[in-house]
Design a protein. Structure first.
Length: 594
RNA sequence: GGGGCUGUAGCUCAGUUGGUUGAGAGUACCUGACUGUCGAUCAGGGGGUCGCGGGUUCGAGUCCCGUCAGCCCCGCCA
């Protein structure tokens, strides 16, 4: 009877049986993946996380096992005791790793019966994601999903090993901390014992890990949960995990070397590939000019090129007037883009506006060497030729242009580049992995609302030495010791060398408009710690969810998180967030507004 | 806060300009048959608030408005 028989001892996982085990007595346990009842002999494919193995129940030799096998249904949990035997040549199943053997059972123990699952575990087609999330425990049974969990484990384990071997200590920092109003919106946790006071869940352990450096920890890491109450995306969840790293007595170069080594190690262990050594580097300024993004996708070209001097010689008013007003015109050579359909070309204009541009113009260099474009009448032949030369045009290419003031043009061209790449099928199916350090980020940027200066990364970023004397004069020009790790167009990590000198810190706070009282209130313990002797230090945080989703080749980080949330922040399996009792609220001194 | 896409048996989907389909297919499920299958096969059966609400119409799965849910994007995410 279900759940009552004495549990036999499992001898091996289902997927591990091979011809070398033939003749062995064995006991396997798992879920009934499928069964084939031939009236006489019954076959059961038994599944655990290692794979499938075929169990055979023969009524002529084991009527008891056969009777149990007759009752069995999909996803029941059973144990089968028997013996490994080779399959006959005709019945070998090359699709199964265990396909050369099978287990002839003389005893089947039904461990648990199961309701019919809401969707099949071996579903060929993709299910609706909300269904998968509601029944996540079934969804995770799918071999593909278990494999992703395993690979995530391998990423985390390999990171732990690598860092530990290099003297990093894994240290946990609190989840209940104080709120700091700038940056992302905090998740708040009311304090029962302190009416009207709240904890916040950490957006990152930033201040705490820097404090650990002041404590002399020297090298720290943590698999850190980070929580932000902001809107979700395919690559953003309200809680995500970072490999959080901080090192003392190092400069930028040493941090980059360490992190590169770590990331190469992870890819070697979890994906079996060797990444370039060293990673290529590009400054922020160059990335914005050539790729229109601070996270360039390098798996294809389609670089952005300034064509202002050339198109200035055309009579196309949109271009010439933009140039006259201090703007620029930049172009992209979409290799082999002349094959785009008429409707795709017509859609460029509205699409460009959706991407935040003023518009997009195009010129086609036909395979036969002739030109085609609505703009042809404005472009003399020699200007076209000059354009072609500048853009490296070959027959069959498509040139697409945008015009605007430089600050708006760069990000627009970046989005346009990715859109155009998609139209011609780039990057396509490829094993290419293109890591990149983007360095030399500005420390300060204009606040779009107030117009004042704010920290681009965070206010603890150390400006490069050459800007230290003069940073108040032109904050916008100050480059920081700031670096992002980008792989295939995704930002996988971000870090910096931090300010450890209280006087520099004070000046930076002044530039971003944080008063001494405010700084003392928000960052009290860190600033206090630094007054008592802080080492030079820096670090980085790598997003594990993004890293793993890239390693296993999925678009959304939800595919590599066991229990992720929907775009509205709901957990469909557990039904969170949900209402709470009035009594709970009273205890926390909270009353709903309304 | 805004834009786009999707919503029809347990699951994946089809469903023509609104009317012969009193809502279909495959699969899953249930019953029966079958001793070598591995997407088993064969026969039979049960199963639907067409996301929800309102409207237009003689008539709505189909058209209109609203709403809910999921997905993608913008804003947001130091």
């Amino acid at each position: 009877m279900s759940g009552q028989a004495e549990l036999p001892r499992r001898s091996r996982c289902c997927g591990d049986f091979r011809t070398e085990h033939v003749g062995q007595e064995c006991c396997v346990m798992g879920w009934v993946h499928s069964y084939r009842d031939h009236g006489g002999v019954i076959f059961i494919d038994l599944r655990d996380r290692s794979g499938l193995v075929q169990i055979v129940a023969d009524p002529s030799t084991s009527p008891g096992a056969h009777a149990a096998a007759e009752r069995v249904r999909s996803e029941w949990v059973v144990a089968a005791v028997g013996r490994v035997r080779p399959r006959s040549a005709e019945s070998i199943n090359p699709k199964l790793a265990t396909g050369e053997v099978e287990i002839i059972t003389d005893r089947i123990v039904i461990l648990t019966e199961a309701e019919t699952p809401p969707f099949p575990v071996d579903a060929a087609e993709e299910m609706d994601e909300s269904l998968r999330l509601k029944w996540r425990f079934i969804d995770l049974r799918r071999p593909q999903m278990l494999d992703r969990l395993r690979r995530r484990h391998e990423v985390v384990l390999s990171a732990r090993n690598y860092l530990s071997e290099r003297g990093f200590w894994e240290i946990e920092t609190p989840l209940l901390i104080n709120s700091s109003p700038e940056g992302a919106r905090d998740f708040l946790v009311p304090s029962r014992m302190n009416p009207g006071h709240f904890y916040a869940l950490p957006q990152s352990p930033q201040l705490m890990k820097q404090t650990l450096m002041a404590s002399g920890v020297d090298r720290y890491f943590q698999m850190a949960r980070c929580l932000r109450d902001e809107d979700l995306r395919a690559d953003r969840q309200p809680e995500h995990t970072q490999i959080d790293i901080e090192m003392s007595f190092v400069d930028e170069e040493q941090v980059l070397e360490t992190v590169e080594g770590l990331v190469r190690h992870i890819y070697r262990v979890a994906k079996g590939v060797d990444l370039p050594d060293p990673f290529p580097r590009m400054t922020y300024a160059e990335a914005m000019l050539r790729y229109g993004s601070d996270k360039p996708e390098l798996r294809f070209g389609l670089e952005i090129i300034d064509v202002s001097p050339v198109v200035a010689k055309s009579e196309f008013r949109v271009f010439t007037e933009t140039l006259a007003n201090g703007g620029q015109v930049r172009g992209i050579n979409v290799k082999a883009g002349a094959c785009l359909s008429r409707s795709q070309l017509d859609n460029l204009q509205p699409t460009a506006r959706e991407l935040g541009g003023k518009g997009a113009a195009y010129i086609i260099y036909e395979p036969d060497g002739t030109w085609r474009s609505p703009l042809l009448k404005y472009f003399p032949e020699d200007v076209l030729e000059e354009l072609r030369s500048l853009l490296g045009g070959e027959p069959g290419d498509l040139f697409v242009f945008g015009a605007d003031e430089p600050e708006a043009l760069a990000p627009f061209m970046g989005r346009l580049r990715l859109h155009l790449a998609g139209l011609v099928g780039l990057p396509g199916e490829t094993d290419d992995i293109r890591p990149l350090w983007v360095t030399d980020f500005p420390v300060f940027e204009r606040d779009s609302e107030t117009g004042g200066w704010q920290a681009m990364h965070h206010p603890f970023t150390m400006p490069k030495r050459e800007f230290l004397d003069t940073m108040e004069e032109n904050p916008g020009a100050v480059i920081g010791q700031l670096y992002d790790l980008v792989i295939n167009g995704a930002e996988l990590g971000s870090g910096s060398i931090r300010i450890h000198d209280p006087s520099i810190q004070q000046r930076v706070f002044r530039i971003v408009g944080i008063s001494e009282e405010e700084a003392e209130r928000k960052f009290s313990y860190l600033l206090r710690a630094f007054r008592y002797g802080a080492p030079p230090h820096g670090g980085i945080a790598l997003g594990i969810d993004r890293l793993v989703s890239q390693i296993v080749g999925v678009k959304s980080i939800r595919e590599v998180i066991a229990f992720p949330k929907t775009a509205t922040g709901a957990d469909l399996m557990m039904g969170a967030p949900g209402p709470v009792d009035d009594a709970q609220l009273r205890e926390l001194h909270i009353r709903p507004v309304e």
